[in-house]
Write a protein of this length. Sequence first.
Length: 67
Amino acid sequence: MDDGALASELRSVKMLLILQALAIGCQQKHVAAALGVSEPTLSRMFPKGFAKEISKIAERRGSETKA
């Protein structure tokens, strides 16, 4: 695997881990802080509104399990 392919693979894994963190209910500001980036930078990593939608889904899941 060349360097370009490896870098692409690592970016993909990073994106999946970010989505997983948001999906389980981690706040976007905490994920951004862990990555050492600002919230707007984290938001720009995904299509507009995507990260917020993932967070909303996590909130709904959390309220369903509490009910």
